[in-house]
Design a protein around this ligand. Structure first.
Ligand code: 13P
Length: 254
């Protein structure tokens, strides 16, 4: 594995937050800050703010992501957005299969797989979210659930293509709750995810779920955790930069 293959990645999932004006203001703050070397930083604002975000990020090292997409290029899909539309405005990353979309928009494992293939075919890097519910966690089903979700997401995709993708392990019970998974436990789950599909040994796998400046260093110190998918703490420059700074010691360490 090249030293760069698992370069740390900190991605902000803004969810349904921020108007265009708020997006511009936050990105102006972020882009004024000299980011540590050796780390990739991505933000994923809502669809309505993506064009403004693309303008604000032009010429910076901060990547632009979307929070979902439809797998088709165009068609009679009211309310959907295609990878062509995203790519046209400078989006190069897309979060797929987030647990909130699996729960509220009926996203299935097979649907996530179609979207992953489409994203790859259209020059977008998928950030595939997997994770178990609190009940599954309590019943000791975590490994079975996340391995099944991961295998389904990457079904029939060549290992070299899989290696270009990112996976985010987000235990659902840790999202927005302030409770993080124990770093060693999260690392063990992520190692299982990594071993479950050929190509993931070279891919970046992130942790997500209440990751913040004060717990990010402990998570990033784990051998298999290559970064974070950050919700709440990505909504303010200060808290997002604190996570980025906590990831800095890992840059170049893989
Ligand atoms: P929080 O960081 O707010 O827990 O959200 C995590 C998440 O769902 C990122 O996709």
């Amino acid at each position: 594995m090249s030293a760069d293959a698992r370069r740390p990645l900190i991605a902000g999932n803004w969810k349904m937050h921020k108007t265009i004006a708020e997006t511009r203001a936050l990105l102006r703050e972020l882009r004024a800050y000299p980011l540590p070397a050796g780390i990739d930083v991505v933000v994923a604002p809502p669809f309505t703010a993506l064009v403004a975000a693309s303008e604000e990020l032009h010429g910076t090292a901060i990547g632009l992501g979307a929070q979902t997409m439809h797998e088709g290029e165009h068609g009679a899909y009211t309310g959907e957005i295609s990878p062509l539309m995203l790519h046209e405005i400078g989006v190069r990353w897309v979060i797929l299969g987030h647990s909130e979309r699996r729960a509220t928009c009926n996203e299935s494992d097979a649907g996530v797989n179609r979207k992953v293939r489409s994203a790859l075919a259209h020059g977008l890097t998928p950030i595939v979210a997997v994770g178990e519910s609190e009940g599954e966690h309590r019943r000791g089903e975590t490994h079975a659930i996340v391995v099944a979700q991961t295998r389904a997401a990457f079904a029939n995709i060549e290992p070299d293509e899989v290696a270009r993708c990112v996976v985010a392990y987000e235990p659902i019970w840790a999202i927005g709750t302030g409770l993080i998974d124990d770093p060693a436990n999260a690392n063990a789950v992520i190692a299982e995810i990594r071993a479950s599909v050929a190509g993931l040994e070279r891919a970046r796998i992130l942790y997500g779920g209440s990751m913040k400046g004060d717990n990010a260093a402990a998570l990033m110190a784990q051998s298999d955790i290559d970064g974070g998918l950050i919700g709440g703490a990505s909504l303010k420059a200060e808290s997002f930069l604190a996570v980025i700074e906590a990831a800095a010691p890992r840059a170049g360490a893989t």
